[in-house]
Design a protein around this ligand. Structure first.
Ligand SMILES: [Cu+2]
Length: 480
């Protein structure tokens, strides 16, 4: 990619992370599981389970082949998926941090992508110095749960399975022989596997109307199966003093609602303030909690699409509360679960815990579109993310004047890139993102490795370089 096109907007000032904008503890949602007040439990079942060494799973021999040698000899493609279980400290909104548990130092864990019929060879490694045992339960498999049992620090374990069903599937830590599974998953040990249909994705039909000779009629529009893709994983945090609090989980009193691990992680940042209002500190959107160059990989980013482009969203509810998935100003043109269409032209779709869907849609008009969990408590505690379609802020002339672009672009992804934690690996019907920037709940080690790879736009390095040209261009255009 042309270096000029990776240059970004400007941020001269450095700001501290915004304070938490809303009170973030709320009571249960309309549809939730049981609420249990642990202080009223007569028998401390959790202690008993822990004292037993966890719940042992006894489910032998009743499931599909898991021997990697046998499965590798069948002529199927074998895809290796290597995970490492590590406990780390990660930031939360408001400038604090929490004790997270992760696969590979990131929340969510890496996204696995295979084609239906492939063999997945999953290896989980727990380093010597890790504080806990971990396992991995992959919902894309149909094998004995014995495979998912935890392994201790210093150990490694491999299992294989055939990804027989297409769709989106959660994977998650199984705790220490199932004890503490809630703590590990809700502290960050989750991710998804995308299993592409063996015959590829279907083209998209969107119903519109047209008018001719004064008569309104149906005008079906068809879009090729190839799409620009994003992943969105919903979850909650249940924290007291930066640690997972089981009593809060039991009563469904979460302290934060997150998408891909972060509250409000896909909202505007200082660069957008400058471009749109000519001032890095003039927030043009209500919620801008993650802004400032020092935040590096945690600085919020927006998701950019073109108008009239087929967009495919892989959505998973990793959490303990329902997700009422809605995009303000848009209609979900198609909802697919597994490889079957569940709905079309629907306003909102409900996902229970550990449930998923693929949403296909087209943003027809330039604008900013807010994706939310349409549970108001969830919206105000972090479940809001923004898509920007086309050039609604008329930034092309500014970017050309500043020498960052030579010709107008159809989405800001050509300039800023799309956030890496929302971009899945390429599949059989994927449109490549014009550029990808480093954004996500990654440890500094993970972010440094990504930066060193040269595959990503490193916004915190690029922004200071273009601050001057942007400011000059704003003046030249009379926008300041
Ligand atoms: Cu774990």
């Amino acid at each position: 990619m042309n270096k000029r096109y990776t240059m970004l907007f400007t941020i001269a000032a450095v700001a501290v992370m915004g304070a938490t904008l809303f009170g973030s503890t709320y009571t249960q949602t309309q549809i939730s599981g049981q609420s249990i007040d642990m202080s009223q439990m007569k028998h401390d079942m959790m202690d008993k389970i822990r004292n037993m060494g966890g719940l042992q799973l006894v489910m032998p021999q009743a499931f599909a082949e898991t021997d990697c040698g046998v499965l590798a000899d069948t002529g199927r493609t074998v895809v290796e998926f290597n995970l490492t279980g590590t406990s780390v400290s990660l930031p939360i909104m408001g400038g604090e941090s929490y004790n997270a548990m992760t696969f590979n130092g990131q929340v969510p864990g890496p996204t696995l992508r295979v084609t239906q019929g492939d063999v997945v060879k999953m290896t989980l490694t727990i380093p010597d110095d890790e504080i806990a045992a971990h396992g991995n339960d992959m919902h894309a498999s149909q094998i004995s749960a014995l495979a998912f049992d935890s392994i201790n620090p210093g150990e490694s374990k491999t299992f294989c399975y055939i990804a027989e069903s297409a769709g989106v599937f959660k994977y998650h830590c199984s705790g220490v022989h199932l004890a503490g599974m809630d703590a590990h998953v809700l502290s960050g040990m989750y991710g998804i596997a995308i299993v592409d249909p063996i015959k590829g994705y279907k083209k998209l039909m969107v119903e519109k109307t047209s008018i001719s000779d004064g008569k309104v009629s149906l005008d079906r529009q068809f879009y090729d199966a190839d799409a620009l893709e994003f992943t969105l994983q919903f979850n909650q945090l249940y924290l007291t003093d930066g640690n997972y609090d089981m009593s809060k989980m039991m009563s469904h009193q979460n302290t934060a609602t997150v998408i891909n691990g972060m509250q409000f992680g896909y909202t505007p940042n200082m660069a957008h303030n400058l471009l749109i209002k000519g001032d890095v500190d003039a927030d043009f959107f209500l919620v801008q909690p993650w802004k400032g160059l020092e935040l590096k990989q945690y600085q919020s980013q927006l998701m950019y699409v073109e108008n009239g482009q087929h967009v495919r969203l892989f959505v998973e509810n990793q959490g303990n509360e329902p997700v009422f998935f809605h995009i303000v100003g848009e209609i979900l043109d198609r909802v697919v679960q597994g490889n079957r269409v569940q709905s079309a032209a629907t306003e909102t779709w409900l996902l229970g815990g550990s449930q998923n869907m693929i949403v296909d849609l087209v943003f027809d008009e330039p604008g900013v579109y807010a994706l939310v969990n349409h549970d108001y408590a969830a919206i105000y505690s972090g479940a809001l993310a923004l898509f920007v379609a086309g050039d609604p802020f008329d930034l092309n002339p500014l970017l050309i004047e500043a020498g960052i672009l030579e010709t107008p672009v159809t989405s800001y992804a050509y300039v800023l890139g799309n956030p890496s934690d929302a971009v899945p690996p390429m599949g059989m019907n994927s449109i490549a993102h014009p550029a990808v920037n480093i954004h996500g709940l990654y440890t500094d080690d993970v972010a440094s490795e990504m930066a060193a790879s040269g595959d990503y736009a490193v916004l915190w390095d690029i922004i200071p370089q273009v601050a001057g040209p942007i400011t000059d261009a704003l003046k030249a255009l009379g926008r300041t």
